[in-house]
Design a protein around this ligand. Sequence first.
Ligand SMILES: *Cc1c(COP(=O)(O)O)cnc(C)c1O
Length: 360
Amino acid sequence: MSPPPISVSSTPISIERVTESRLPQVDLANVAFGRVYSDHMLSARCCDGVWEDPRIVPFGDLALHPATAVLHYAQAIFEGMKAHLTDDGVPVLFRPEENWRRMNRSARRMVMAEIPEEIFLGGIRELVRLDRDWIPPNRFGSLYIRPFLFAADPYIGVSPSREYRFHIMTAPVGAYYEGSVSLYVTRKWIRAAEGGIGEAKAAGNYSASYYGMKEAREHGCDNVLWLDSKQHRFIEECGTMNMMFVIGDRVVTPPLGGTILPGVTRDSAIRLLRDQMGTGVDERPVSIEEVAEASADGSLRECFGVGTAAVVTPVARLTGGGVEVRLPEDTPVQDELRERLTSIRLGRSPDPYGWVDRLL
Ligand SMILES: *Cc1c(COP(=O)(O)O)cnc(C)c1O
């Protein structure tokens, strides 16, 4: 017998539960990233601007017509966030409404249907509650949440779709590799250009970066440090992380200007650095030459990336494009920032900004 449909605000999300959970076959202490998904997923569709049929169903394959527009022209966007368990076992989300807002900014940029709050946030909360046993204990990791929206018309004409499908899936993931990364500086390949889709979390941004990533790996680096598309000098971001540098006693980070993905972690980090750590933060263009010079004169103290996946990731080395920079091993600013972000997120320290969403 299935439980009655729940009604989230005006849009009811119906729930069809699995008959048997797959959880007993999963070792939450040892999951490979992105290979294992939890029991349920959300599905909804929007036709000609009208959302219909949001439902939570057993996780499973999607059936798609070969002409489905997204498969040809990549009109697709996504989000990425995590649910954690607090020490007393309550599932928590971190600033999920920021992901909802960003998803809809991406949707507008890609001429796609915007997603109602009840379906995006209501759906995430319901899914996480339903699959809460899939959230690994903190020492092992968290539950990664992946909402995504794609153009679903079975039509290969070059135009925005009339139908969009939205799904949310969740996956237990291990604690991210806690080590430093080395980044490859390229003056040739770019991630995004002014007027393009760099500030949207659009699928095409990632496939466009694979070639540079391949070259980075061939040079023994973990990822690319992207530079601006015109002068190939100013630092943009890296992989799925925004970049921060400690130069002298200030933190410097590239400004949001259309080509950079506005990270929720970036925004949170800037606030904590300023309000709680008393560290000045400059959002201003920073060139790779400035970083190399600061390294040479000893004022470059730290370099790190910030993003949902790894929270705060230390950078050990920048190489390529005529630059060779090694970062000091002592990293007090990022260590304190990571600790503060993590403890707010897990409900271990006060949450003055109301960032934590407890799913009681
Ligand atoms: C998602 C993402 C980030 C980080 O955003 P968060 O909201 O902090 O996870 C940074 N850069 C790119 C390209 C991204 O896709």
